[in-house]
Design a protein around this ligand. Structure first.
Ligand SMILES: C=C(O[C@@H]1C=C(C(=O)O)C=C[C@H]1O)C(=O)O
Length: 351
């Protein structure tokens, strides 16, 4: 793109951030176009109808906190040039409680053994010192994760969040909709394909079955693809794509309410898993494992909503990174702990 246009985009973004006004920058998977949404006042708006236009940001616990809507008072697009050199020096210090997380995993397995849960996602937060600007971190995200949904958002009443999500919650175009079942994690090992065990295959199947059950109540003719390997940064996941047709765009609300939080980020049965998470994790998930994305931005009756994973919240001199993993009857605690360490590298590699 002509550098003059890019400079003016960057100036606009800096001016908006300096004025402490709400804004979002995001790039859809495999695209180079970066979309910017600027809200012209600092009001905290909440979503009431899914036919509104803007960018939505939902917490994990939608019973306690509402879904934030960034209004698109002004929008701007530019193309990210991946040849920008964005070196990082890697100097940070990390604070995390690995023992607590190991105990949480063990407790999760106990609950699964006693029959009150079938699957639960145990997660944790890691505090890392960070004095890099949010915009620079966002550029590194764009450069490192071309296949992810990358975003940076700021709202004076919500904070600064950024992430590279591998997981589509739901996309709609006209009445056609798509969702994904993503679960099971193994580290990428050179050019070798992942060797899945029954643990990962089963935990991903639980997610697919849940989506199928939930969406059947909405009378959607659902097509389910074969399970495939899906690479997200340095991790492999198992993924199926589920597609169907809505009766009307208004059904999107019901679809999202039926799906969120899926057993990829919460567990089964949904209510017991959520209660277990809220009672036993030692931090507030806030917007991690919530969902976010564009609503009616490119055309009417369209949406591209992702699960808020591989993300962090920036605070004064600090990055809070959030990571979790699915625990099932076959989980080995040390392996599950290692999985969260591997997942944390998606954000740590930027610092
Ligand atoms: C919960 C996270 O990831 C989710 C859990 C996965 C798993 O348990 O294998 C895989 C992908 C995501 O659905 C996370 O990245 O924090």
């Amino acid at each position: 793109m002509p550098s003059q246009k890019k400079d003016s985009s960057e100036q606009k973004i800096s001016r908006h951030l300096d004025a402490r006004l709400p804004m979002v920058m995001y790039r859809l998977p495999l695209e180079t176009k970066v979309n910017c949404v600027f809200q012209s006042n600092s009001k905290l708006n909440f979503l009431d109808r899914y036919n509104q236009k803007g960018f939505i940001f939902a917490p994990f616990d939608t019973d306690k906190k509402e879904i934030v809507l960034f209004k698109a008072d002004e929008t701007l697009e530019y193309h990210f040039d991946s040849l920008e050199v964005l070196d990082n020096g890697k100097s940070f210090s990390k604070k995390e409680d690995l023992d607590f997380h190991l105990r949480l995993i063990e407790k999760s397995i106990e609950r699964i053994r006693d029959g009150s849960l079938k699957k639960v996602i145990a997660s944790r937060s890691i505090n890392v010192t960070c004095d890099i600007s949010a915009v620079v971190l966002f550029k590194r995200l764009l450069q490192n994760y071309p296949t992810a949904f990358c975003y940076l958002l700021y709202h004076p009443k919500v904070g600064t969040w950024l992430g590279a999500s591998p997981e589509l919650l739901v996309s709609v175009k006209g009445l056609e909709f798509k969702t994904t079942s993503l679960a099971g994690t193994l580290p990428v090992n050179g050019s070798y394909l992942p060797k899945w065990t029954s643990k990962e295959l089963q935990e991903q199947q639980l997610v697919t079955d849940f989506i199928q059950d939930e969406l059947q109540h909405l009378a959607l003719p659902l097509k389910i693809s074969k399970v495939e390997n899906y690479k997200a940064g340095k991790l492999w996941h198992l993924k199926s794509v589920l597609t169907g047709k809505l009766n009307s765009f208004e059904q999107l609300k019901k679809v999202i309410e039926a799906l969120h939080p899926t057993p990829a980020v919460c567990g089964l049965p949904k209510r017991n898993a959520k209660e277990f998470i809220l009672a036993n994790e030692n931090y507030d998930r806030d917007f991690y494992t919530g969902f976010l994305g564009e609503l009616n931005m490119s055309e009417s009756n369209s949406a591209n909503i992702f699960v808020n994973l591989r993300c962090m919240k920036l605070e004064e001199g600090l990055a809070k990174i959030f990571v979790g993993g699915g625990i099932t009857i076959d989980s080995v605690p040390q392996n599950e702990l290692q999985e969260t360490i591997a997942k944390s590298s998606t954000m740590l590699d930027l610092l």
